[in-house]
Ligand binder design. Structure first.
Ligand code: GLU
Length: 385
């Protein structure tokens, strides 16, 4: 195992260990790595080697999500849009044609390893609107559960300037936070963070690990430029902030090598952003602390003991419901004698909980007319107080 020794000598990190310990990894791939800008074609040999890296992760039981740019860069050539800055409607049209080609290349190369690809296009709204956020999260989780690899990009064909991420660094971080990923790998054309732009100053020092985004770190991002895509170091630091607050580690490393994930594990230079919390504890902290609750679910004695032994809340254990909440809202869970037991995110609205309370999970569909989740509050969405 190759170790990356830190500047202060007292702390060591191992990319190999950090990556192989992850259950769920999001890999972000920038246009500059993937697309030959003059010909508008995919760098197939590079992508073929990356597919081997992804297949290796899948083989050792890891779940992988790809966030890839490149749709606009590929599509603009096919539509002969020239090399200048595109108008919004031109980049939307370019994305519409480029995304098909991009997905096709990934699909074909991953299929050699029997890995199934699934395309998801997201807008900023999808990560902010609670209902759409939950739908996107459920879809990605379902795909991962069945072993598929989601390929995600911004839905550039409908995203207008005011409502777009514009860069896939932050989109990838939102996705990583949304699905409680353990690590986000940003494959870039720079190998990590420097104290100042290494292209401009010989005094630029490499920063191998960041445990907190301080104003000093932010200032480093302002001066050090990275790739030719939309995301420079500033958006990478913004991505790190999003990922770290969700307990997800992030690494910036050079993508322009053959098998960049393997290179990273073999000890290639990189910058790790390491949060204190784990994805699970960060999510639980968020549920316990910062949420406004919208109602109360009252549960019977059987459910009280199920919850305290770490189980999810099922409809059968619910005796009553108060308040007016929607699916995904935070609620308080109380015992029949009004003791506050837990906070959680309800998978059903107050009206639906009222209809299914006291019933078996198998009866949900007949009662509501649709098949939702088996649990009213899944244990991952529940914090015992
Ligand atoms: N979504 C854009 C595309 O696929 C790329 C955004 C970025 O460069 O980060 O072309």
């Amino acid at each position: 195992m190759t170790k990356n020794k830190l500047q202060n000598g007292s702390d060591e990190i191992s990319s190999s260990k950090l990556l192989s310990d992850c259950k769920r990894i999001v890999i972000k791939i920038g246009s500059a790595l993937l697309v030959d800008a003059t010909r508008g074609t995919v760098h197939r040999s590079w992508l073929k080697a990356l597919a081997e890296d992804i297949a290796r992760c899948r083989k050792r039981g890891q779940e992988v999500v790809i966030v890839s740019s490149g749709a606009i860069a590929i599509g603009r050539r096919h539509l002969n849009f020239g090399s200048g800055i595109l108008k919004l409607e031109e980049s939307q049209a370019a994305a519409a044609t480029g995304m098909i080609r991009l997905a096709h290349a990934y699909e074909e190369l991953l299929a050699h390893h029997d890995v199934t690809l699934a395309q998801i296009l997201l807008t900023l709204d999808d990560s902010e609107d609670r209902r759409r956020y939950l739908n996107a999260r459920n879809t990605i989780n379902t795909l991962l559960k069945v072993g598929a690899v989601p390929l995600i990009n911004e839905n550039d064909t409908v995203a207008t300037d005011e409502i777009r991420f514009g860069d896939n660094d932050r989109l990838a971080a939102r996705v990583a936070a949304m699905i409680s990923a353990d690590a986000l790998v940003l494959l870039s054309d720079i190998d990590g963070l420097y104290t100042t732009d290494p292209g401009k100053s010989e005094h630029a020092e490499f920063v191998p690990v960041v445990r907190k985004i301080t104003p000093e770190i932010d200032a480093m991002g302002g001066s050090a430029n990275s790739d030719t895509g939309s995301g420079g170091m500033t958006t990478k630091l913004a991505a790190a902030r999003i990922a770290m607050s969700a307990g997800c580690s992030m690494v910036i490393s050079k993508g322009k090598v053959e098998r960049p994930l393997k290179a990273l594990e073999d000890g290639a230079r990189c910058t790790w952003f390491l949060p204190e919390a784990t994805p699970r504890s960060a999510r639980k902290e968020w549920i316990a602390g910062s949420l406004k609750t919208h109602g109360t679910i009252i549960i019977d004695a059987g459910a009280v003991s199920a919850l305290s032994s770490g189980k999810s809340l099922l409809p059968a254990g619910v005796s009553d419901v108060k308040g007016n909440f929607e699916r995904g809202d935070a609620v308080v869970v109380c015992s029949v004698d009004d003791q506050v037991l837990a906070h959680g995110l309800s998978a059903y609205s107050a009206g639906d909980v009222a209809m299914i309370k006291g019933h078996k999970t198998s009866e949900i569909e007949a009662l509501l007319g649709y098949r939702g989740r088996d649990e009213i509050i899944h244990r991952d969405d529940l914090v015992i107080m």
